[in-house]
Design a protein around this ligand. Structure first.
Ligand code: ADP
Ligand code: MG
Length: 371
């Protein structure tokens, strides 16, 4: 287990590191009533910048493992951020992929997508079936694939494949595997089999509440794909690999929007899980924490064996470019990145530079510069 293998540069420094990717969704007119244009933009495949609200002549520049700009397709996000970790779950290792970010920034688009633009979940499930089919019979292992689908709402664990169920407990076995006794695990033999269970269960999630948008933005939807392989010959060794695909609750600060009563309680609970997740990711990525606080929330407790340690984890932070998301974007970026740089360069400057030369000259004559 402790054997060293050759890996691409940087990847072997800390095996427990969470890879962080940021995806910027396209600018939407209808999300920008004041017609202010975007306040954030990509620079290259690893960097982006956002206007500094303290000083609009500055931008704040952030660096990530990957940056996916607004033109990025669903296929590109999948291939660069998710596909490489999938082979590991066929050899008894665990993995987790989660979409983080404010409501409206593209988490569900990234994870579920639509029928003409399928997201990470359908692509990953298809790929797992493909990988299993491609396995050589002669290697001597039999594979079986199962799925579970749950929701964490108000710090309660609810089974989406068995909607009448109550809050389920999270346990740990003697080998430190996390398990949920009573959670439905459905064996699936093909992608269409998966879809048959997944689609109605997703509907369960949204119709379970009268205020469906509020609920879906306030709960964490957790899909588990479990691959068990068993050696045909004695001693019939068995290995279990788990893949978690998670559409997290919105990261927006609900205290700012003036929630009250039950809603405030929900926000508090969501903040607990997301706040704990941020502490966990932080301590894994900085490598300095004495204790990774997995036990402080349901979400992180559930992910304990699949986030950090020997697991392969990717966080896709979704952000929106319009000003109305500014502070939520800023917070999401600060969570996602530990390194930022204030750049003394007006954001609007480069926009002017791409205007046709003639127009730029006219602007100059009008004396409107002043930079
Ligand atoms: P969230 O789940 O984070 O609340 P959604 O995934 O529902 O956000 O996205 C909000 C809206 O933006 C939806 O209408 C969605 O289709 C659209 N959208 C999000 N990301 C993209 C993208 N990369 N390309 C095109 N449309 C997108
Ligand atoms: Mg959503």
């Amino acid at each position: 287990m402790a054997q060293r293998v050759a890996v691409p540069d940087g990847a072997n420094k800390k095996t427990s590191r969470v890879r962080v990717a940021v995806r910027l969704r396209p600018y939407m007119d209808n999300q920008d009533e004041k017609d202010e244009g975007p306040c954030v933009r990509g620079l290259d495949s690893q960097n982006l910048e956002i206007i500094n609200w303290r000083n609009a002549t500055e931008t704040v520049k952030y660096h990530f493992d990957a940056f996916h700009g607004e033109q990025t397709t669903q296929q590109e996000v999948f291939v660069s951020s998710v596909k490489p970790i999938l082979p590991h779950i066929l050899t008894g290792q665990n993995a987790s992929v989660f979409a983080y970010g404010p409501t409206g920034a593209g988490k569900t688009h990234t994870m579920m997508g639509s029928s003409d633009q399928p997201g990470v979940i359908p692509r990953a499930v298809s790929e797992v079936f493909k990988l299993v089919k491609a396995k050589d019979e002669d290697e001597g292992w039999d594979y079986s694939i199962g799925m579970s689908y749950l929701e964490i709402y108000n710090e309660k664990v609810l089974d989406l494949l068995s909607p009448s169920s109550q809050d389920l407990p999270i346990r740990e076995d003697k080998d430190k595997n996390i398990l949920i006794p009573g959670l439905t695990l459905t064996t699936i033999s093909s992608f269409s089999d998966f879809d048959k269970h997944f689609v109605p269960a997703s509907l369960n999630r949204t119709t379970a509440s009268t205020k469906l948008n509020q609920r879906s933005s306030r709960s964490h939807a957790v899909l588990l794909i479990k691959v068990v392989r068993t050696q045909r010959a004695l001693p019939h060794r068995q290995q279990t690999g788990k893949l978690y695909l998670i559409d997290l609750a919105g990261s927006e600060d609900n205290r700012r929007t003036g929630n009250q009563g039950i809603r405030l309680k929900e926000s508090g609970a969501i903040n607990l899980s997301l706040f704990t997740l941020s502490k966990v990711v932080d301590s894994l990525n900085s490598g300095t924490a004495v204790r990774v606080p997995y036990r402080d929330s349901k979400l992180t407790r559930l992910l304990q064996d699949s986030l950090g340690g020997s697991a392969h984890s990717v966080m896709i932070t979704n952000i929106a470019p319009e000003y109305k998301y500014y502070f939520d974007t800023f917070n999401a970026l600060n969570f996602a990145s530990k390194s930022k740089l204030i750049v003394n360069k007006p954001f609007t400057c480069e926009t002017v530079a791409v205007l046709p030369v003639k127009r730029a000259k006219e602007d100059h004559k009008a004396g409107g510069s002043g930079a």
